[in-house]
Design a protein around this ligand. Structure first.
Ligand SMILES: C[S@@+](CC[C@H](N)C(=O)[O-])C[C@H]1O[C@@H](n2cnc3c(N)ncnc32)[C@H](O)[C@@H]1O
Length: 264
């Protein structure tokens, strides 16, 4: 077995990430970034370092699952969710369930929760639950705490900021309980093949699949098909797409904003 293959086996065991699910190039680049930071010259030396330093597994896991995000990232998408999707779902049923898959540190599910709260103020009979999942337990801890610096909030207007956040003396802002209570965080691997629920009204999975192999992307499309109710919405990231082999599972809803609907 070559050095890289043997390192991958240790990564699967210690970091609990299946390297073969990701493009090899991507895995190598992320490992190289850790090698630079740990002053290890080659895969073999880095492998020894990983085995000898228990904290390195967490750091590598973070590097492999980069968690860049912010509130209302791509505001136009959230505008479509606010103006069209949530009102339509509210006409359909009283209990709306949305899965935010690959939620990172929580900015995306809390953005959805803010919109859901605004909807629930207009439609008193409607309740919205947002299931927010990620493979990375470190980011989930931060998500549950719900404390952010100003930078993450640059797309949040003053009115929403005052209504839905508590400003702390150190300059950070904490999501208020009425928004936190709408979001249920849970660890979940999108490559497990198991949906967190079925008959869901919408799934958002944004900026997560860019490093997945074509096969993993297609499996994920099947997973979301099985998780959604007929006509349920699938909201992707701006650079993501559904491959030709699986496009029959969904019907386009908004091409520009990468929003689809589950086919019957
Ligand atoms: C760039 S963030 C996207 C955050 C948010 N969805 C957004 O668009 O701003 C990508 C997230 O996907 C998560 N992720 C990567 N692979 C995953 C997997 N197999 N299962 C679940 N989450 C995964 C990472 O841990 C990371 O938090």
């Amino acid at each position: 077995m070559d050095e890289f293959a043997s390192l991958q086996r240790s990564i699967e065991r210690l970091v609990r990430i299946k390297c073969s699910n990701y493009k090899e190039d991507y895995i190598k680049r992320r490992i190289l970034s850790r090698m630079r930071l740990t002053n290890t010259a080659d895969f073999e030396t880095y492998h020894k370092y990983l085995l000898a330093n228990p904290q390195e597994a967490d750091l590598l896991r973070n590097a492999l699952t980069i968690n860049v995000t912010k509130f209302f990232r791509d505001p136009e998408v959230f505008e479509v969710i606010r103006r069209e999707i949530l009102p339509e779902l509210a006409r359909r049923r009283e209990s709306i369930r949305i899965w935010c898959a690959g939620c990172a540190t929580g900015e995306e599910p809390y953005s959805l929760a803010i919109l859901a709260h605004e909807l629930m103020t207009l439609h008193k009979n409607v309740t919205v639950t947002i299931y927010a999942t990620d493979i990375d337990t470190v980011v989930l801890q931060k998500a549950m705490a719900g404390v952010y610096d100003r930078k993450a909030l640059e797309n949040v207007d003053e009115k929403r900021l005052r209504k839905h956040f508590i400003g702390h003396d150190d300059g950070t802002f904490e999501v208020r309980p009425h928004i936190k209570s709408l979001v249920k965080f849970r660890e979940h691997d999108l490559m497990s093949g198991v949906p967190i629920a079925r008959y869901l009204d919408a799934v958002t999975c944004r900026n997560v699949t860019i490093y997945f192999t074509e096969k993993q992307k297609n499996d994920l499309t099947h997973l979301f098909y099985s998780a959604l109710a007929v006509d349920g919405f699938y909201i992707m990231g701006k650079t993501e797409y559904v491959a030709r082999e699986v496009e029959h599972l969904f019907v386009s809803y908004n091409v520009m904003q990468k929003i689809l609907r589950r086919a019957a």
